[in-house]
Design a protein around this ligand. Sequence first.
Ligand code: HEC
Length: 184
Amino acid sequence: MKRHSPAVRPMPTFSSCQTRMPTARSAPPLVLTLCLGLSLGVTWPTGARAGDEGGHHSPFEGQPLLTLMHNMQYYGHKLGLAIDAGNRDLQGFYIHEVEEVIEAVSKIESYDGIAIPTLLSSTLKPAFEALEAAIEIGDQDKISARYDNLLEGCNGCHQGANRPYIVIERNHDNPYPQSFAVKP
Ligand code: HEC
């Protein structure tokens, strides 16, 4: 699904921010704020789109695994709230964000001695693909069940990565200043 590309600037890597820091002394504080914000994985609306396929630049590319996990949890939670609300447009938006995070995770070949792409393919990826297919069709009961499977996929990877103590569970509460309801 390429429908909802996030409107963001290309993501500078940590190192590009760090190399800029010393020279930013004379620059306005906004530069620092922007740099920090982007480092933390905040998406920055610009209205401009990097374009599709060839020109498309993932906002998550190059982020360290831990930062990708923040994004995984954030967009994964919002996806769950869109599913709770039966909001198909929002489901389409957030499944795409989760997909982009997964793609960025798959580029990390090894982390702490763990082969990330192999573990990803045996845990989260099949669950993600099943959920994505259900969202395209729109059967809300099936979508909800497959979302539960997705979270099992998260935990499967955490177990495989020697982190059984990181347990993801479905959370139906909305802590965001955002409505997930279908627009009338
Ligand atoms: C490919 C394996 C893999 C998959 C799939 C995966 N994780 Fe993780 N996750 C990790 C690893 C490894 C860590 C520990 C990172 C570290 O030690 O720096 C982690 C850490 C975390 C953390 C703790 C860090 C934090 O931000 O609090 C959360 C939360 C998390 N993952 C959420 C998720 C969610 C939600 C999903 C599924 C939508 C998911 N993860 C899928 C491997 C994975």
